[in-house]
Design a binder for this molecule. Sequence first.
Ligand code: ADE
Length: 228
Amino acid sequence: MIGLIGAMAVEVEGLMALMTDREETQIGMDMFVSGKLCGKDAVLAVCGPGKVNAALCTQSMILHFHPEWVLNLGVAGAGEAGVSIGDMVIATAAVQHDMDTSPIGDPVGMVSKINLVEIPCDAALREKLLAAASTVEGMRVHEGIIATGDQFIHDGGVRSRINGLFHAKAVEMEGGAVAQACYMHGVPCGVLRSISDQADGHSEMDYPTFTRLAAAHSQQVVKALLSV
Ligand code: ADE
């Protein structure tokens, strides 16, 4: 069984449509759809935006379905110049950019309890995602840090601060929480994002325009991943 989590319906609906032998399981306010996806046992969920929604959904998925790995897929804002709308970013690690206990001596972003700034993504899954993305014609792929926080970033100055602190290639609102929940349960994790906007003053316009295209890109990579 593999686990797939998107924050919004648009980020998983193409995969949802491909699921066969579907079974629905409600846990709290999360709905899990399990069945076969490209011939593989899979469970799919829409967690809702933000770190708490993502962490709760991931933990429920892990405890109920025992997936061998969990992938968080969807859209993101660019973390730096050179990462463009439509590009894919595959996380080497995820950070929580709004976690900050630095006034009492910790590094910015350190997540207490697991005591990590960079929450690792599984190297073997990352290699498979890279191979899958390379089969999609014309797709530009970046590997690096994905930064998560409970804010939609729409200011170039805020984006620069996050990039300066963490060298983030993309900013979004769930990957770091999915990665933390997976880390705490010893489950391999991946974060795969396609860029919908530049996380700057153009984002209010770009996000609604490009989200569907970007969401389709990350689902295309997952289909390629599962079809081998
Ligand atoms: N998801 C897509 N674009 C984003 C942005 N600019 N900030 C946070 N999450 C996003």
